[in-house]
Design a protein around this ligand. Structure first.
Ligand SMILES: Cc1cc2nc3c(=O)[nH]c(=O)nc-3n(C[C@H](O)[C@H](O)[C@H](O)COP(=O)(O)O)c2cc1C
Length: 174
């Protein structure tokens, strides 16, 4: 799969099956995270946490709102999560921009390796507000979780696309 096809073929998955992501593939996805751009080159302010702990995933799920007829939120059956944490800085919101780049780099790499993913943001509010859940992430002192990527497989093969599935408005200033 070439880079452009990979770009168009990354989709959010919200129905994972139980097939585990191999350690090899996970390592390659984590390598891709380090290829992301980070504001002011502050890579030491970023931290990744691989979460496979079923008790943690279950505890978060039990504290999250559910929608009837859909896979359980917020992980949709995924058994592997990469949480991106950051030291909070003096540049407002830059840690969220950094995390977005890191998550996206991992999502693209995952797609290239045939692994499904979804960017997760909403559940971290629950985690940040719950001392027990926050402690369970075992983050280094001073870091806060800001974004995450769920990883796994789907029963149906991932589709490939050669064009964008969404559109953005755009104006040109000549
Ligand atoms: C910053 C950000 C936060 C997101 N948070 C969530 C989330 O908490 N839960 C979820 O199911 N999807 C989340 N998404 C995924 C978007 O809903 C998804 O990317 C969008 O609907 C477009 O669909 P696509 O990814 O299939 O192209 C998030 C995406 C971004 C970029």
């Amino acid at each position: 799969m070439d880079a452009i096809e990979c770009l168009y073929s990354r989709v959010s998955t919200r129905d994972f099956n139980d097939r585990p992501v191999s350690e090899d593939d996970l390592a390659k996805i984590l390598d891709a995270a380090a290829a992301a751009p980070v504001g002011m080159c502050r890579y030491p302010d970023k931290h990744l946490t691989v979460v496979k702990n079923a008790a943690f995933l279950k505890a978060v799920t039990s504290k999250s709102p559910q929608t009837a007829g859909r896979r359980e939120s917020p992980f949709y059956g995924a058994h592997t999560l990469v949480v991106v944490s950051s030291r909070m800085s003096d540049a407002p919101a830059i840690e969220y921009a950094d995390a977005a780049c890191i998550v996206y780099a991992m999502a693209l790499a995952a797609r290239a390796y045939g692994i499904a993913s979804v960017y997760l943001w909403g559940f971290l509010k629950t985690v940040r507000a719950d001392r027990e859940l926050l402690d369970a992430l075992c983050l280094p002192e001073g870091y806060s979780p800001v974004s995450a990527l769920a990883l796994g497989y789907t029963d149906e093969a991932l589709k490939t696309f050669d064009a964008p599935r969404h559109s953005l408005t755009c104006n040109t200033v000549d």
